[in-house]
Design a protein around this ligand. Structure first.
Ligand code: ATP
Ligand code: MG
Length: 189
């Protein structure tokens, strides 16, 4: 599951857990992006902070892990590189499923090396409140859409809340509230 995870929240975790259950996945690897090329217009928290928050949020689940491939590669993250590196890191014999939200899936055709992408992994698009999927001409049999229990949580809203001094308890795991506070992330300066 790729994402900026700025910060990781319960929407991400529920989506990962649901997809892992429905597809019988052995492991869900969370892959925080390096510098996200689609989000260059805003300041993104340091990769190391986003990585650590992802580790904290997933640590208690034996099937969840975190990969540094995108962070360590440096430069802008392209999903095709992520999948290639994960194959190298986790072995060629594993079937890869790329879990993504419906909104991100919508942009899929704008991604680099689209044809190759679908050879590397099966794509799973999670429906998400407020994001209606229209027909964008996704290739037959390469993408599955799953409905995740409605969790209208986004990282943007969490950042805005912190900036406004509003609580994010229970939108994100407790350890993430505490980490954000400790590192003074998202506070307006
Ligand atoms: P931002 O608000 O900064 O865009 P985000 O909440 O969308 O953040 P990302 O890190 O961009 O979080 O998301 C990573 C992936 O998780 C994306 O594919 C996104 O669509 C998906 N996702 C995010 N929130 C949810 C949610 N509440 N339910 C299901 N999928 C989600
Ligand atoms: Mg997003």
């Amino acid at each position: 599951m790729g994402g900026t995870f700025d910060p990781i929240h319960h929407g991400h975790l529920v989506a990962a857990s649901e997809v892992a259950h429905w597809f019988g996945l052995d492991e869900v690897v969370f892959v925080p992006t390096g510098q996200p090329w689609q989000k260059e217009e805003r300041q993104v928290a340091a990769a190391e902070d986003r990585y650590l928050m992802t580790v904290i949020a997933t640590a208690s689940n034996p099937r969840f892990s975190v990969s540094r491939v995108d962070i360590d590669r440096g430069g802008p993250t392209y999903t095709v590189d992520t999948l290639r590196d994960l194959r190298r890191e986790r072995g060629q014999d594993n079937d890869l499923y790329f879990i993504t939200g419906a909104d991100a899936l919508q942009q899929i055709l704008s991604w680099r090396d689209v044809d190759e992408l679908f050879d590397f992994a099966h794509f799973v698009g999670c429906t998400r409140p407020g994001h209606v999927l229209s027909d964008v001409g996704l290739p037959e049999g390469k993408v599955t859409l799953v409905e995740v229990p409605a969790l209208a949580i986004s990282s943007s809203e969490c950042r805005e809340r912190v900036g406004a001094g509003e609580p994010i308890w229970y939108l994100v795991p407790d350890g993430i509230v505490q980490y954000i506070n400790k590192r003074q992330l998202y506070v307006k300066t």
